[in-house]
Design a protein around this ligand. Sequence first.
Ligand SMILES: [Zn+2]
Length: 422
Amino acid sequence: MSLERLKKEMVDMGEFGRDPQRRVKCHADLDPEKGVTRPCGTDANKKARDYVVARMEEAGLKVNVDKVGNIYGRLDGKKDKGVIWAGSHVDSVLNGGQFDGTLGVMTALEATRRLMEEGHENYRPIEVVVYTGEEGSAFPMALLGSSILIGKVTYEQALAAKNRNGETLEDVLDRMGYKGNFERKLDDVEYSLELHVEQGPVLDAEGIPVGIVENITGLAWILATIEGEENHAGTTPMKMRKDALLAASEIISIVNKNALDLLNKYGGSTVGTVGRFNAFPGAPNIVPGRVEVGIDVRDVVEKNLNFMIDEAKKALKNLEKKYGVSVSMEMPFGVHKAAPLSPEVVDTIEKSAQEIKVTAKRMNSGAGHDSQNIAEKIKTGMIFVPSAKGISHAPMEWTEWEDIEKGTKVLTQTLKNLSMKK
Ligand SMILES: [Zn+2]
């Protein structure tokens, strides 16, 4: 049975980069009490790539690897142009889950195989794609493979990027045997699909097996350093302090309140988080002299995202006067704009789900994906399947097999419908 085949392949893939330490027990059949660590360029990443390529070749797909290690497994169509991509990534964060990315690659392969096995004659070519370095867990750029494809980053820049060990991307691709010799152009590609775990709690909580993504959220980070005056906690009078931590603490509730205000006003999907908060020197008997604050704000509506950014910056600046501290801030990657996905593809996914009687709902993605890059150039859609309890980027990441099967069926039907378009 096809689900059995897909399940076996997911179990096999989960062994590449399996973390040795045991974690909380959660599900029985996929050894999920341990996570996977498979950043781009590691031995585990090579093994996962080799496994996928072997399965592609077994299925009769023609495999090509471009200059930055993106992998394409191609099923020719009756015509050359109007290629449809389906895929995701096989690298992971440190101690991540085994579904993030990998499920999108293996279901794309499974969907293509199912179409071949049922004798479907695709008019358009289909390519199963594996993007290089999605997570940014090895090299400092996230969404690496897709950033190059759309020209956001040059091949030279990407290949020269260094990981923590000082090796370049070119070095690690060479070592893994995944430095191809061509630059993939997008001229002949018309559609792109990515199945992915939701990485949030909505589908699981509502008991809906499939999500159809309409927008991928916009995102910005503000990293601030607040400098006060480190001093003796016993001898420095309250009125003579420049307490950096006291000042910084205001920011947490301001960011939270701004997000809640927007939610109350517009509904929507605004989130705001202060996820980093380090106080120095960090002793109970010293007035904190310096605090590092990391703020993450996201929204699919550009105006709201800008509001979150502006208000956070303003609030940080206001601390200077109120507390006598000095504040510096930076936005390390600027603003990742929200990416609306293709209405045509969204409609096709919805229609495909209806045809095979799978319940699906339209939603937004709060996490970033290669598809947000690809959507800038080609018509792109994403299919979500539930993440149990919304957990992701963690060993306990889990999706029920019956939901995976429903998602795979929707992906297969969507590929079928798109591949017949003249
Ligand atoms: Zn992912």
